[in-house]
Ligand binder design. Sequence first.
Ligand SMILES: C[S@@+](CC[C@H](N)C(=O)[O-])C[C@H]1O[C@@H](n2cnc3c(N)ncnc32)[C@H](O)[C@@H]1O
Length: 255
Amino acid sequence: MVSLVNNISSPSRNVIIMSAAFCVYLQRSWSRSGMDKSKGLVEQLQKCGVVRSKKVAEVLESVDRALFVPEGTPPYIDSPMSIGFNVTISAPHMHAMCLELLENNLQPGMRALDIGSGTGFLTACFALMVGSDGHAVGVEHIPELVARSIKNIETSAAAPLLKEGSLKVHVGDGRLGWPEFAPYDAIHVGAAAPEIPPALIEQLKPGGRLVIPVGNKFQDLQVIDKNSDGSLSVRSETSVRYVPLTSRESQLNGS
Ligand SMILES: C[S@@+](CC[C@H](N)C(=O)[O-])C[C@H]1O[C@@H](n2cnc3c(N)ncnc32)[C@H](O)[C@@H]1O
C-alpha cells in the first residue's frame, strides 16, 4: 500500500490513508477465506473506497487479472507482481485509482492512450470503456511484453475490440506518445517520468486528462487537465512508487 501513503494536508488524502489501513485488514481476512476471484477483489477495493464508480467496478470485474499475470503468480492480491524485464504489473488499487481518475475521459467513443502498457490489463479496461466507437492505444517499449499483452488481451473480455481494431498495442517509446490517433481524451502513463514528456501534453485534447507518476525516487501521481484554452491545471493525487519511464537499455540494465 506504499502508493497510498501521502502527506496529510488534504482531507481527501486522509480518507485514503485511513482506507489503506482498513484495506490491509480486509485483505488479510479475505486472503484467509481463500476468496480468490475478480469479483472479490473488486468488492474489497469498493469497501476501501478506491473503487467508487459502478462503471469502473464493472470493467474491473470483467477483465480477469488472472489472464494478465505470469503463470504461478497469485492474481488477486493487491500488490504489483513481476512480469520480467525488470518491471511489474501494477497493483489492482493503482489500476482502480487510475480508472476512477480517468472515468469521465473514457466515455464511449473517446480516445485513450496507455503508455507503458506492460501486460495490457489497463489498455483492455480502457478499450471496454470507450467501446468500439472509440480508440484505446497501448504503447510499450519491450517487444516481448507487447506480444504477450496481445495474447493476454485475446483471451480477455476485450478480445473483440482487439479483433475489430478499436484496441491496438504498439512497440514504441512512450515518451513520444502515439501521434496517429491524437488528440486523446485520456492519457495514462504506467511508469514514472522525471518530468512530463512534452509530446504527451501536445497529444492531449482540450478537455482531456493525463494521469502520470512524476519524479525519480519520490514520485507523485499527477493529474493534468488541459483546459479549453489550452492552459493546464495540474494537481498531485497521491505519492506513488512506479518503475521509471526510461530507455529500453536503461530498463534492461536495471539502471
Ligand atoms: C509498471 S509497468 C506496467 C504497467 C501496466 N499498466 C500494467 O499494469 O501491466 C510499466 C511499463 O512501462 C514500460 N516502459 C518504461 N519506459 C517506457 C518507455 N519509454 N516507453 C514505453 N514503455 C515504457 C515498462 O516496460 C513496463 O512495462
